[in-house]
Write a protein that binds this ligand. Structure first.
Ligand code: SF4
Length: 449
């Protein structure tokens, strides 16, 4: 039981690092605390509680986590500082030693974070009352089996629904299975209920998030396709996007279903990681380039207008120059819309460190730059092909005198000029004709129909 009385009138600050999953979890924590009487502190206000949800995807992310934790603790010297997330899970002792940290909760404790916080907070308050300086300290990072349900509102228009957590794949460069545990998911009925709630709140679009979403069903015996079909029937939700799907888990049947579904958008995000079969083997990925090419070509055959975003990692161990060339040529040969390029980062404890060939940091940068250029060309071509076409756009926030943005079904970003903006367009779907590129080529201008 949580005693909410001691939280009434308190102020909290939140900081989230990393992926959409973390953002959606933090948003759920802040909503729960809000319902307990804890309001978000303004920038210049002192907080009573600081909650930091960390990430550990690269060395840079680890460093940033330490900086943010120290800074928040320093700037809010009387606050109770809670740290959770992947970095807290992997480096709990190190986090606990940062000056000002009061509670470190690992991934398993996330599901009961508010309960842990409440218990620790009450002790913290008692000690503060008795001695004036007391601090409660605990590190909890058990084996990870719990699931923290989260459905958060992103930018007014979009919700992020967490449908799965953890991963069983153990790719050689990745620490996520250690940080977030094995693959697990809630049942379809509870996710449909969350989508219905989002629709009641006025949500029009939901992004399905998770670590390895295609692995949905491992703990409930259901399938991802069944989840997609059930969500498709939720009234009021006009659009779904799937944040990422491992290539080996995209069934051809799923692609076919999305093509004729009511609300699943022609928009896919697929982590390839490398376009070299040799590197894919070194990474212990569970597919080869032939399977990946088949999925992309099938999507484009059935949905010629589909937007396809692809994750690629450059400079990983073992990626000799000819393997990078293979990757570049493979990517150039496919109808991809955008690349998300990540330079490889060495992670302690990963199997990739046993591969002897390491890429020089400057060469890694050069490869990343080359792929980013390719990505710009791909996206520009895709946008240019759509100029002159009609489209339905879900618009975001209308602000008088400012430009307004939104996305087409196939994820083309559009821009309305200030003179086209009307308040009633807020979170609405409107029909447009795509006319030309905006000034920095990051969106298409439109004519309203
Ligand atoms: S599929 Fe591989 S890269 Fe993705 S989370 Fe799992 S282990 Fe990490």
């Amino acid at each position: 039981m949580i005693d909410t009385s001691s939280f009434q009138g308190k102020k909290a600050k939140y900081y989230t690092l990393g992926c959409k999953l973390n953002f959606s979890e933090t948003s759920t924590f802040s909503r729960t605390l809000y319902n307990m009487g804890v309001h978000e502190a303004k920038k210049d206000e002192q907080a009573d509680i600081c909650l930091i949800n960390t990430c550990s995807v690269t060395e840079v992310a680890d460093h940033k986590c330490r900086q943010i934790i120290s800074r928040m603790a320093r700037q809010n010297p009387n606050a109770f500082v809670v740290v959770t997330g992947c970095y807290a899970q992997l480096e709990s002792e190190r986090v606990a030693q940062i000056e000002g940290v009061d509670l470190v909760l690992g991934s398993n404790e996330k599901a009961d974070l508010i309960q842990y916080l409440s218990d620790a907070w009450n002790k913290f308050e008692d000690e503060m009352n008795e001695e004036g300086t007391g601090k409660y300290h605990s590190v909890k990072t058990k084996d990870i089996v719990t699931f923290q349900p989260s459905c958060s509102r992103g930018n007014r228009t979009r919700y992020f629904l967490k449908v799965q957590d953890g991963c069983n794949y153990f790719c050689t460069y990745c620490t996520i299975p250690y940080a977030r545990g094995f693959s697990r998911n809630p049942d379809i009925a509870s996710l449909v209920a969350q989508a219905e709630e989002a629709a009641r709140e006025g949500g029009k679009e939901i992004v399905l998030t998770g670590v390895n979403i295609g692995d949905f069903g491992r703990t409930t015996g259901e399938s991802f396709l069944d989840l997609v079909k059930a969500l498709d029937r939720v009234e009021g939700i006009e659009r779904y996007r799937i944040s990422s799907l491992e290539p080996d888990l995209i069934d051809d049947e799923l692609i076919r279903y999305c093509a004729q579904s009511r609300a699943f958008m022609p928009h896919f995000h697929i982590p390839l990681q490398s376009g070299s079969d040799e590197v894919l083997k070194l990474m212990h990925r569970r597919y080869d380039t032939a399977l990946f090419a088949h999925k992309i070509n099938l999507i484009k055959e059935i949905m010629p207008d589909a937007f396809i975003g692809v994750d690629v990692m450059v400079g990983c161990r073992g990626e000799v120059p000819e393997y990078f060339d293979d990757c570049y040529n493979f990517l150039s040969s496919l109808p991809i819309t955008q690349l998300h390029v990540f330079p490889y980062s060495e992670r302690p404890g990963t199997a990739a460190l046993n591969i002897s060939y390491a890429v020089d940091p400057r060469e890694k940068k050069r490869r990343a730059h080359k792929l980013l250029q390719l990505s710009d060309e791909m996206t520009h071509k895709f946008y240019a092909e759509h100029v002159g076409q009609e489209a339905e756009v879900l618009l975001e926030k209308a602000v008088r005198g400012k430009k307004m943005h939104g996305f087409t079904k196939n994820y083309i970003r559009v821009e309305l000029s200030p003179t086209q903006v009307k308040e009633e367009y807020d979170n609405q779907i409107v029909k447009v004709r795509l006319t030309e590129f905006n000034f920095d080529k990051s969106a298409l201008k439109v004519e309203l129909l």
